[in-house]
Write a protein that binds this ligand. Structure first.
Ligand code: ATR
Length: 277
């Protein structure tokens, strides 16, 4: 019996998850078909109910459903509960289990470039769903302080307050244009962009001169492979990382949840690169 699994979002046409996962299933000879499911918010409960069909392995969840899907599931991993968002659903015997592999995927991606600078300060741009997973990961991995800057200041402050409740180190939230920004950037060891700014054209959130030259600069955007932020960071001599490794590692961890098999990472990276070429 061919098993079904897929990614749900709205819209979903841009997702390269089908290419990454199908390559993994095919490489291991697992008879599964990875589909792309475009589901409007109003149809999400019915879609979740259909996941309980016997031949369904589970699903990946992307924008805008990662939070909305939470109350529709039977159980959550501690990580998904702490982040308040699910990117992976595992189906077993009619039960749906929600997990979040974004945080661990982000940390594994960072491991490739030296890992989280433990004990050192970090700056996060953005306060949406992706920011929550990254912030959770950084605090778990022992970052020394976290300053969150966001266009809508109240979102940055609310995220900082929620994180601070469980963190042993200072977590601050600021508006994007706060006077503290230049100083926090100048002394950070890690800067992560989780906003969508950089997806299209020449847009940037920071003046190039403020991009820290001695930090690791990460953009979770993978297409384009080099955002204006990463180009500025490279020009200033900083180390950089784009979003592709995080995308592939979160997929690999989801694959492991569904199948129990070691994910064929090289095949998954190759499929991702081919889908973007
Ligand atoms: P995701 O789940 O991908 O993080 P999201 O929750 O919609 O998506 O968050 C998008 C992030 O990008 C937010 O931090 C958003 O800032 P606001 O909270 O102020 O809306 C940020 N963002 C999107 N477009 C932006 C822009 N043009 N300028 C600054 N920030 C922007």
């Amino acid at each position: 019996m061919v098993q079904r699994v897929g990614v749900v979002g709205f819209p979903i046409g841009h997702s390269i998850s089908p290419a990454i996962h199908q390559a993994a299933f095919d490489a291991l000879g697992i008879p599964a078909r990875y589909e792309r499911w475009e589901v409007a918010p109003a149809d999400l409960p019915a879609w979740v109910a259909a996941l309980r069909a016997p031949q369904t392995l589970g699903a990946n969840v992307t924008v805008p459903h990662k939070e909305a899907v939470v109350p529709l599931l039977d159980a959550l991993s501690p990580t998904a509960r702490a982040i308040g968002a699910v990117n992976t659903i595992v189906h077993r015997d009619g039960q749906l289990y929600g997990d979040n592999t974004d945080a661990a995927g982000f940390l594994r991606a960072l491991d490739e470039v030296g890992g989280v600078p433990r004990g050192a300060p970090a700056v996060l741009l953005g306060a949406g769903g992706a920011a929550r997973a990254v912030a959770y990961a950084l605090l778990q991995a022992g970052i020394g302080a976290l300053a969150i800057f966001n266009r809508h200041a109240e979102r940055a402050r609310a995220l900082a307050v929620a994180l601070q409740a469980h963190a042993q180190v200072p977590v601050e939230g600021f508006p994007l244009d706060a006077p503290q920004r230049a100083e926090r950037l100048a002394r950070c060891a890690l800067l992560v962009n989780t906003t969508s700014v950089g997806l299209h054209g020449d847009e940037r959130l920071l003046p190039p001169a403020e991009v820290p030259a001695h930090a690791l600069v990460v953009d979770i955007i993978y297409n384009p492979p080099q955002t204006p932020l990463l180009a500025d960071a490279e020009r200033r001599g900083a180390r950089t990382l784009n979003g592709l490794p995080m995308l592939v590692y979160q997929a690999a961890l989801a694959f492991e949840c569904w199948t129990g098999h070691q994910p064929p990472l090289e095949r998954m990276f190759a499929a991702a690169r081919a889908a973007l070429a």
